[in-house]
Design a protein around this ligand. Structure first.
Ligand code: C2E
Ligand code: MG
Ligand code: MG
Ligand code: MG
Length: 288
């Protein structure tokens, strides 16, 4: 009865939101609450980007950042992207939200590059629905032009699972994106089960080894074997390889031994608030 009542009130504003809150202990109630709040998150300015440094394995030199979306709602508090991105994807809200992410990342790239006098590179995550949306190329083109960004300053990360079907279409799309001067990375590599043949044809420049294989790298032979295969595969194809989720010196040491190129992870830095990025780039200074 609750769920019925809830859906009949959906979208009717504050009342509905309070009504949903009462049902939040149920799975459905929570999902609807997240969805109702997410619909207004953009216009209410509840979204922001944080930026995790990407550094070289050898010298821990910052080579760029990954933009990660954060949502803090007055009622729900901070909600993880692991929770709300799937909701955004399912409802189609990912299209306006994703366009905002692209625009905001490009604005920041423009601002930081102007202050530093050299290009700063930022990677943005694309969800499958965004990637296959017709308007994507126009959105990218508009953002690059608006902030006058040089080639190679924007990178897009697409998960391996998003690429598993529609191979022909993906190929065309990727070449169109590359033609705009945007680099491509395959995210969460090793978690899908697509054929490796596509790597040969897709114009990607980076592979990101999924955190699942990095976690047990120094303790589990199987994880280490998978990580090493991915790194060797990437090298053979002349792609850069980035390890995700590096938390310990021991993991970093193993990756260095495997000649991995770059990493991201709490060991170097958590994702940074935008205000903390320039101090890092100008003085090598991390917050706290
Ligand atoms: P992802 O793209 O694979 O991002 C990496 C995730 O690992 C991030 O989680 C990051 O905060 C986390 N991480 C980085 N270093 C470490 C570490 O050393 N240890 C651990 N335990 N975690 C680490 P986050 O920010 O919660 O994002 C989760 C996922 O949500 C992302 O996975 C991405 O798939 C998605 N996402 C985030 N922002 C966006 C966005 O703007 N658009 C889209 N479509 N998806 C996004
Ligand atoms: Mg990513
Ligand atoms: Mg990833
Ligand atoms: Mg991952």
């Amino acid at each position: 009865r609750n769920a019925q009542g809830a859906s009949s009130h959906a979208g009717s504003g504050e009342e509905a939101i309070h009504f949903f809150s009462a049902g939040m202990h149920t799975e459905l109630g929570h999902r609807l609450t997240v969805e109702a709040h997410l619909r207004r998150a953009l216009e209410r300015g509840e979204l922001r980007l944080v930026y995790q440094p990407k550094v070289t394995i050898d010298e821990q030199a910052v080579v760029g950042f990954e933009a990660l979306l954060r949502w803090t709602n007055p009622e729900l508090g901070p909600v993880s992207p692991v929770q709300f991105i799937p909701v955004a994807e399912r409802t189609g809200l990912i299209i306006p939200i994703g366009a905002w992410v692209l625009e905001e990342a490009c604005r920041q790239i423009g601002e930081w590059s102007a202050v530093l006098g050299r290009p700063v590179k930022v990677a943005v995550n694309l969800s499958p629905r965004q990637f296959y949306q017709k308007s994507l190329l126009d959105t990218i083109r508009r953002c690059l032009a608006q902030y006058n960004l040089p080639d190679g300053s924007l990178e897009l990360e697409i998960t391996e699972t998003a690429l598993m079907s529609r191979e022909k279409e993906v190929d065309v799309l990727m070449h169109d994106i590359r033609a705009l001067g945007v680099d491509l990375a395959i995210d969460d590599f090793g978690t899908g089960y697509s054929s490796l043949a596509y790597l040969k044809r897709f114009p990607v420049s980076r592979l990101k080894v999924d955190r699942a294989f990095v976690r047990d790298l120094d303790r589990d032979e199987d994880s280490a074997a998978i990580a090493l295969s991915i790194i060797n595969l990437a090298r053979g194809l002349k792609l850069k390889v980035v390890a995700e989720g590096v938390e310990t010196q021991a993991q970093l040491d193993v990756l260095r031994g495997m000649a991995c190129d770059e990493y991201q992870g709490f060991l170097f830095s958590r994702p940074l608030e935008s205000d903390d990025v320039l101090p890092l780039l100008e003085r090598g200074q991390l917050p706290g």
